[in-house]
Design a protein around this ligand. Structure first.
Ligand code: THU
Length: 130
């Protein structure tokens, strides 16, 4: 039992909705707002491939479009032995909206690893760079 169990479960539920007929790589994410609300996201692929959206970005856009701004953790869940970390584009977006939050990686076997965004995304380009 950890403080992230709820978030990991939300990511697992979101993964059920993954639309991944091209890669068959199903990803779930869950983003926790400081308001307490949790926003799930899944990857949504497209026949063009390039228009695919990752689970993390879907969760972020859902939350931001609902008016949320402060976030304190994000979870990512896949069915792989090597836990999946967010891609580069998602790291940029997580940094933009969440900053140095814990990123909880997990899989269907229940393995969990917690990383900090500052370590996943050193030397960011952000508002302070402008
Ligand atoms: N994917 C995610 O949703 N999140 C990640 O962190 C890594 C990759 C998706 C994109 C695509 O639908 C599939 O996984 C294979 O790259």
């Amino acid at each position: 039992m950890s403080e992230y169990d709820h978030l990991i479960f939300a990511a697992k539920q979101a993964r059920e909705n993954a639309h991944a007929p091209y890669s068959n790589f199903r990803v779930g994410a869950a983003l926790r707002a400081t308001s307490g609300r949790i926003f799930g996201g899944c990857n949504v692929e497209n026949a063009t491939y390039g228009l695919t959206l990752c689970a993390e970005r879907v969760a972020i856009f859902k939350a931001v479009s609902e008016g949320e701004r402060g976030f304190d953790a994000i979870a990512v869940l896949t069915d792989t032995d090597a836990l999946t970390a967010p891609c580069g584009a998602c790291r940029q977006l997580i940094w933009e909206f969440c900053g140095d939050v814990p990123v909880i990686l997990s899989n269907l076997k229940g393995q969990v690893e917690v990383l900090q965004m500052r370590n996943l995304f050193p030397k960011p380009f952000d508002a302070s760079s402008l």
